[in-house]
Design a protein around this ligand. Structure first.
Ligand code: SF4
Length: 205
């Protein structure tokens, strides 16, 4: 019998390679601490993304990709998503005072925790037993910190957090190849206004 899993996702390019691993279309050794057969639910929860248009672009790309992936591999993966407008202000209040921190610094740790916490809340609500995140695919993110936060929340909620490092086995490179194959939108900044060097006007909604 399959175990259920919520895979928190940040965007379609990262999701593509992580799903290849989680559905055993790519080797999982070295990447995941364990790998039973999972029934997978996707959670697109990213109130960190600036702007709303950018958020919608990434979210719609995840929906489009899952539709393609389900058809190609004869799966029935379901997507949950967040309430951006309500969550955005909360996220901003947590991170704004650390806006001058470099990427991978304290602001990012708070951002990882904010998103993983809501993933655990969702898992608790729907009695999902396992959680993983695509956040560990990017070389620009602090994998050790993400896994520490996941483990800490796992102990609080008593829901299993599957430690990962999806960038292993050339995971990031493969995500670029998959993005080409599926013609996925690949953003050139992490998500928040402070990670986007091209903008200098911030409107938090
Ligand atoms: S750089 Fe990325 S991980 Fe860090 S706070 Fe911004 S959106 Fe979050």
């Amino acid at each position: 019998m399959k175990e259920n899993l919520i895979l928190h996702t940040c965007c379609a390019p990262c999701l593509s390679q992580c799903l290849m691993v989680l559905t055993r279309n790519e080797p999982y050794e070295k990447i995941l601490e364990e790998m039973p057969d999972f029934e997978i639910f996707i959670f697109f929860y990213n109130p960190n993304i600036f702007s709303y248009e950018e958020y919608l672009k990434r979210k719609n790309e995840v929906i489009r990709f899952i539709d393609i992936f389900n058809k190609e591999f004869k799966l029935n993966i379901t997507i949950f998503s967040d309430r951006y407008m309500e969550e955005r202000k909360k996220w901003y209040n947590v991170t704004e005072k650390y806006k001058n921190e470099p990427e991978k610094g304290l602001r990012c740790s708070l951002c990882y925790e904010f998103r993983l916490l809501e993933t655990f809340n969702l898992a608790e609500k729907y009695k999902i037993k396992n959680i993983a995140t695509t956040l560990t695919l990017s070389p620009l993110k602090n994998t050790k910190k993400i896994n520490e936060i996941g483990t800490k929340l796992s102990n609080i909620f008593n829901i299993k957090y599957i430690k990962s490092d999806f960038k292993k086995n050339d995971g990031f490179k493969k995500s670029i190849e998959l993005s080409r194959k599926y013609n996925l939108y690949r953003q050139d900044f992490c998500g928040c206004e402070w990670s986007n060097k091209k903008i200098n006007h911030f409107d938090i909604l």
